[in-house]
Ligand binder design. Sequence first.
Ligand SMILES: Cc1cc2nc3c(=O)[nH]c(=O)nc-3n(C[C@H](O)[C@H](O)[C@H](O)COP(=O)(O)O)c2cc1C
Length: 455
Amino acid sequence: MAKLGGFEFWKKSLKEARFVVAPMVDQSELAWRLLSRRHGAHLCYTPMLHAQVFVRDANYRRENLYNEVCEEDRPLITQFCANDPEVFLKAALLAQDYCDAIDLNLGCPQMIAKRGHYGVFLQDEWELLEKMVRLANEKLSVPITCKIRVFKEVEKTVRYAQMLEKAGCQLLTVHGRTKDQKGAMTGIASWEHIKAVRKAVNIPVFANGNIHHLSDVERCIQETGVQGVMSAEGNLHNPALFEGCSPPVWEMAEEYLEVVKQYPPCTLSYVRAHLFKLWHHTLQIHQDLREDLAKVKTLEGLADVSKQLRLRCQEEIAKGKEEEEEKEGGLPFPHWICQPYVRPPPKEPVANGNSQGSEVKKTVCQKRALEDSDGTADTLSKNKQKKRSRNPNKNFCPEQKPKYIKCEQCGNPKVSHGLRFKTKAEKQKAEEDEKKEGSATETIQIPDPSPEPPL
Ligand SMILES: Cc1cc2nc3c(=O)[nH]c(=O)nc-3n(C[C@H](O)[C@H](O)[C@H](O)COP(=O)(O)O)c2cc1C
């Protein structure tokens, strides 16, 4: 069959998908995709895969794509990060028989993407991107698609999208946030930018950002004219978002755990992370179970904590706490109901010309109080969530971190002086010398590295 492109591809291969589950590292794995599809999602993306690793490592290919093949899991788009046209092509050729299209990640703003020179850090390298997309479009048997972030300027964003379209991109996902809108500065996505791109290209466009309810999906499609809407955080907190309903958390958690069991293997840390997101509000009340959820080491253990959370909620319901909870928590629903995750507002307003700011900002501000008072829970960076899962009592408050003692000579923390020595003997000798001078090196706990913002 001839390769389909643009709107034909969207209509026939993607079956006019409008409700799209975003690519999510460690989170859009097979079991989660299947759960989301059962609850209204039309199309899913794999988590971002590293093209170079995919090419060189057969295990990586098996674990992240080949072993996840499943009839129910279509249409599916495989996403890669890459910065070399040949490597990207090789990876895509190895993946194309297992999916309906190959996506190039041009939106990841994390430090790791900066170091690896991919994601949004390729946003200014139009010549390179043009080559990557052109080659993939020429050689692959499935269409090539791109997921981008916007530039501050609408006009530049439009030119960027047109460049990718001209190079052969067959579908574009526009995340309406700029490269700098990440971590604490995430803020609101600009649908105005998305609308301008939609008008300027002749390929299908998906909008990404600000989707909390099914009503946002409908409003977004109406306001921007896009073909579909992609959700990440909204989907993680309520996998039934696209069905337009807000089920009890335990229904989603238990159904997800069933799917995990039916389609092994699933990495335990992914399952744990999903349960933390789903039970986000309940865990703020039942803190003891948060610790249990962080500590258990088996799937059965996770299922058991989830069951205990359900029993606690059902006990509260039986006691008629429902109305009380609603009033006290400030949540739209009691804590045991899947509900939208609204990001905290940025520390400073981000000027990217968005039009629906005030209404969304208001809701966001109202929800700020819902975040953990110690700034933790799933507002923690991934690194910190991992650390907390190993040590539930870990304190992330910056004021309470151990302070470095500065070296008077070089200005670096004295603790890092340990790195000066190539051998233990050299180190021991230096320590003895220091002791003689009366200034022994202090043992100080090294603080955590700076947090990684979400992708
Ligand atoms: C846990 C998590 C993992 C993510 N991983 C990816 C990824 O692999 N590739 C990608 O393009 N974006 C990734 N993103 C970004 C989302 O796809 C999406 O662009 C972003 O979260 C904004 O959408 P939202 O407002 O619906 O959350 C990730 C987001 C989250 C929350």
